[in-house]
Design a protein around this ligand. Structure first.
Ligand SMILES: *Cc1c(COP(=O)(O)O)cnc(C)c1O
Length: 406
């Protein structure tokens, strides 16, 4: 058999792929809504959503249509030309948010890279080169390029790659006094996730985001919200900042924005955007017609009162049941998060064992995530049917029962 058509299996991963991931033992091959099938035909319920990416589940008809319609028109033109899907997407993002200008990229890290570079360029142009310091939070996550991994507050991801980007400091999340002590007139930006995702599904407090906004204003620093995980309906509003009524100067989006097709976006104001003049920044694929067409369809479906209020109702459905499971089996101390980004914090007896919970869930045919070793994370489709929530949580409860009684 030719190599193109040879059967592949999980074991091949260890032979041909760089070993930076440790994927599950099965390979998903097909999905529909919130159900996924593996190579053997086994069906699983998907509460992982490709790590908060598959915002409309798998093979949503509106997204399949947007992608195939565009696939038959034009795939790529480069940034020497603009294209219709990118312009439509940008107009809709501007209409739906604080932003007046959009930069399209291919991933969350790239949206953040653009955000951080813009914050530095703006400060450089307006105040001078001494104003370049960036403050972010311990345990935050902003992507894997060298700049974004350095802004991210997790040494396990940033250390061991040689000299880092300079001028970056980290302060404990939700600690306004620590931010106040760190910020100065050399600060060009404060970077925060309104809900820390990878760091354990930790929502910012209202006072923290309000206080951060005030401190930024007092020190002429830009407030940057990384909404790669919390944005595009995930929190129950289109963007999480809208839950708090605290408006950033720059916002990054990705993950749910593409619903599974790679895209990222940086949103900002005209005043700030004007500092990225022609030639200062760019990307070959960013704002590609295929990605933009899909993201436009994602936005059209999610940004409706019905879908957004549905997300909040589904949050309650998850939370009530997860709290009951937590009490019954003594496994969770707290169920937290916004919308359909939910974290169940493990009790002392189960601390460090989130991976065991994932594995147990997979055996019962339900896919869940962890957010660090101590939190089980749920980031399902934003339109997951209630029946799939109930069935998936039945399976999850069976997994927890077996795990805790083993
Ligand atoms: C996933 C994530 C990123 C990185 O996005 P990529 O598309 O993997 O580059 C950045 N910030 C946050 C908050 C994320 O959750």
């Amino acid at each position: 058999m030719s190599v193109e058509h040879a059967q592949v299996e999980r074991a091949d991963f260890d032979q041909v792929m760089v070993p930076n991931y440790a994927p599950a033992a099965f390979i998903p091959v097909r999905g529909e809504g919130s159900r996924v099938w593996d190579q053997s035909g086994r069906e699983l319920i998907d509460f992982a959503g490709g790590i908060a990416v598959n915002s409309l589940g798998h093979a949503h008809p509106a997204l399949v249509k947007a992608l195939t319609d565009q696939a038959n028109k034009i795939w790529h033109v480069s940034n020497v030309f603009t294209n219709e899907p990118a312009l439509r997407l940008a107009k809709k993002l501007v209409a739906a948010t604080f932003a007046e200008r959009v930069f399209l990229a291919n991933s969350g890290a790239e949206a953040n890279e653009a955000a951080f570079k813009l914050a530095r360029r703006y400060a450089h142009d307006v105040y001078g080169p001494q104003k370049h310091e960036i403050i972010s939070a311990t345990n935050s996550f902003h992507g894997r390029t060298l700049f974004t991994v350095t802004v991210g507050g997790q040494p396990k991801y940033s250390d061991g790659f040689g000299p880092k980007v300079e001028g970056i400091t980290h302060v404990p999340f939700n600690d306004l006094d620590a931010l106040k002590a760190a910020i100065s007139d050399k600060t060009c930006a404060v970077v925060l996730e309104p809900v820390q995702g990878e760091g354990g599904v930790l929502p910012a407090t209202q006072a923290y985001l309000e206080g951060a906004r005030k401190l930024c204003d007092e020190h002429n620093a830009l407030l940057v919200f990384d909404e790669v995980q919390s944005g595009m309906g995930r929190s129950g509003k289109l963007f999480a900042y809208q839950n708090y009524g605290v408006t950033p100067d720059i916002l990054s989006s990705a993950k749910s924005l593409g619903g599974g097709f790679p895209i990222g976006a940086m949103l900002t104001t005209t005043e700030i955007a004007k500092h990225l003049v022609v030639g200062t920044h760019g990307t070959t694929y960013g704002g590609n017609p295929l990605a933009s067409a899909v993201a436009e369809a994602v936005l059209d479906v999610i940004n409706t009162p019905e879908v957004l209020s549905g997300i909040n109702a589904k949050h309650d459905r998850f939370k009530t049941r997860l709290e009951a499971i937590g009490r019954k089996y003594g496994i969770f101390t707290e169920v937290r998060g916004l919308g359909l980004l939910i974290g169940a914090a493990l009790s002392d007896a189960w601390k460090g064992k989130a991976k065991d919970v994932l594995n147990a869930a997979e055996k019962e045919a339900v896919m869940v995530l962890q957010a660090g070793p101590d939190v089980v994370r749920f980031a399902p489709s934003l339109v997951i049917p209630d029946a799939d929530i109930d069935e998936g949580l039945d399976r999850f409860e069976r997994a927890v029962a077996k795990l805790t009684q083993a």
